[in-house]
Design a protein around this ligand. Structure first.
Ligand code: FAD
Ligand code: NAD
Length: 400
């Protein structure tokens, strides 16, 4: 009999863990499995605030897909997914045209959400990808280099605006605030000239997170020179900087956008019912009404039954979903019963630059070096799941 074809779209947390688990669990006669992704490398989105600020080499966040996935078992195709034709069981790729599938796993991740604020894509940095963050890093260094060579001082060269005090915005400013003294030193710039703003629409930074830890983070960052503007939505980004809802303007040549995410545009294009590009998947992680399409990671939406609100999209959930999807694909092939996905949220830990971090793990609050230790362990644990001890030792972070 002909082997069924499984396509996995996207080699991020969801796609990589699905592929690696299939490689381990499927027999060679079970299915033809192909992983399709834009680049021939996998990158760790959760590390990107570091290379964005220049505190880590961007190359450290990525690894060749063939170095972690057994490409004898899982075929890899480097291409961009432009379309899913779910009625025809086909995906349309940019270079290689159409590919047919019997089963599809969609794990294409997220794109920036602007909430309709104008000028973001033209004037702000909003791409949390390897190529996106490299541009932020180079841009910041270039402005430092340029500063002393202008006939008139340009304060907007040394004014950095972060839009959104969610985890991405806070982790990025944590890294940047840690790096500024070093940049000032290398580029002959007085530290007093540098301004860093974090602008948040909600009445607090990190809305929904433990208030004590939010205060800890804000105090720490303020000590490093960060100024918070809370409860002040950005209403426009333009060539000069940002305009706030109350009319205030902040002149800045570097606006880093981190106001949240929506699911990949291919989801909407394909005609799945969605909320901001995310599909509220069934308990077995299939799209409603589709018996052969799984959607995981930032393209999926799952309701937390305790709070009756969607879980925030995280790598933690994407990886756990991937494990369930690999099991459920095998169940479909064998005609056995599918599993229900139950997220097991271990906690949330965010780095703040240097050896600082905050987090809640179980019901324990962590901050400072213990939170930093935990954060590094979480980063290392992922490498362990993906490629075992070898990958963790080669690519992991020192927890001390
Ligand atoms: P991704 O991991 O983003 O992978 C998507 C993949 O699809 C990528 O490889 C991409 O190249 C590929 N792709 C995209 N478009 C196409 C296309 N058209 N065709 C082919 N391939 C395509 N979560 C946590 O749990 N803990 C954290 O500490 C944490 N820190 C974060 C820090 C930062 C700075 C950011 C930005 C996010 C962080 N997150 C964290 C969130 C986490 O990164 C995401 O929830 C997670 O990456 C989602 O996994 P995914 O598999 O859905 O998508
Ligand atoms: P987010 O949605 O968590 O935070 C975005 C913030 O931007 C919100 O506080 C929101 O009020 C604010 N905002 C929205 N519009 C605004 C405007 N016009 N002006 C000013 N502020 C505005 O998004 P994120 O930080 O990009 O994170 C995306 C996902 O990734 C989340 O699910 C998050 O939990 C996850 N993540 C986790 C970690 C971690 O665990 N360490 C780190 C980064 C991201």
């Amino acid at each position: 009999s002909v082997k069924p074809t499984i396509l996995i779209l996207g080699a991020g947390y969801g796609g990589m863990v699905t592929a690696s688990k299939i490689a381990k669990q499927f027999g060679s006669n079970d299915a033809n499995v192909t992983l399709i992704s834009k680049h021939n490398y996998h990158y760790q989105t959760t590390w990107l605030h570091e290379p964005a600020a220049g505190t880590m080499d961007p190359d450290r966040t990525r690894m060749p897909i063939s170095s972690v996935i057994n490409t004898n078992k899982i075929k890899f195709v480097q291409d961009e997914v432009n379309e899913i034709k779910k009625e025809e069981n086909k995906v349309v790729l940019k270079e290689s045209g159409e590919m047919e599938y019997d089963y599809l796993v969609t794990a294409l991740g997220a794109v920036p959400e602007t909430f309709g604020v104008g000028g973001v894509f033209e004037h702000a940095f909003s791409k949390w990808t390897v190529n996106g963050v490299r541009e932020i890093k180079e841009h910041i260094e270039y402005l430092f280099a340029k500063y002393n060579n202008e006939p008139e001082p340009r304060d907007d060269y040394l004014t950095f605006v972060v839009a959104g005090a969610g985890f991405t915005g806070m982790e990025f400013i944590g890294e940047l605030s840690k790096r500024i003294p070093e940049l000032c030193q290398s580029y002959d710039v007085p530290k007093s000239k540098v301004k860093m703003y974090v602008i948040e629409a909600a009445p607090t930074a990190l809305p929904g997170f433990d208030p004590e830890l939010v205060e800890y983070a804000m105090n720490l960052l303020e000590h490093r020179g960060v100024e918070f503007k809370i409860n002040q939505p950005i209403s426009e980004v333009n060539a000069e900087g940002v305009v706030l809802k109350d009319g205030e303007e902040i002149k800045s040549q570097t606006v880093v956008w981190a106001t949240g995410v929506r699911g990949h545009p291919v989801i909407e294009q394909a005609g799945f019912e969605n909320m901001r590009g995310r599909v509220k998947v069934e308990r077995d992680l299939r799209a409603p009404g589709e018996d052969n399409i799984f959607i995981i990671g930032d393209c999926s939406l799952i309701i937390n039954e305790e709070t009756e609100r969607p879980y925030p999209p995280t790598a933690q959930i994407a990886m756990q979903q991937a494990e369930t999807v690999a099991d459920n694909l095998l169940a479909l092939l064998k005609g056995s019963e599918l599993k229900e996905f139950k997220p097991d949220i271990k906690g949330t830990v965010a780095s703040l630059g240097g050896k600082e971090a905050i987090g809640v793990v179980g019901n324990k609050k962590l901050y400072g070096t213990s939170a930093n230790f935990m954060k590094k362990m979480i980063d290392n644990r992922y490498l362990w799941i993906l490629g075992g001890a070898g990958l963790m030792l080669k690519r992991g972070k020192s927890p001390l």
